[in-house]
Design a protein around this ligand. Sequence first.
Ligand SMILES: [Zn+2]
Length: 197
Amino acid sequence: MSTKSTQAHGTQDGPDPTSPWTVDVARELSRRPGTMKRWVRDVPAPEDFGLEVIGVPAGEEIHLDLRLESVVEGVLASGTVTADVSGECSRCLGAVAEHVEVTVTELYAYPHSATDSSTDAEEVSRIVNEKIDLEPAVRDAVLLELPNAPLCREECPGLRPEEPGSWAFVPAGAPRERIDPRWAALQERFAGGSTES
Ligand SMILES: [Zn+2]
């Protein structure tokens, strides 16, 4: 669903200066290599920040604890990102809530730097108009950490017809009597008509 985009916010003029994901590196950091700045922010999650089954709800805060470092090629952003994700258990459809913590390391290249001119457009993050957009790198890191099939708990047994609450998931009109699994196998064999002679 989500693909890597190098410009989630803004246009060719560079990242949207009003976005909380945008850092004006000219203002925040000297261009002298070795200069560093700690960048700690709580940023609201945009829409669709996650996979279809699990993600950070829009508007929920994503905590960034990053270090911005001036390097010869550009600006290196590294550190940890934490967020609360919620989703749906792939077995019982119950709620899943998790806390994720991921590390991010992203180099934003200066225009015309060696990295900029030797790397394909899609493969490198860039400093555009002295600004960087942290969102794509943070999004990629968080998405990699999310399970494709989330579980409410490791041993989730799935839908349990004997638990009254889970009847809600059985389509109306479906038979509701519980059949002993040992008999169910037999029943299936006889009900479908014998296929073997
Ligand atoms: Zn479950």
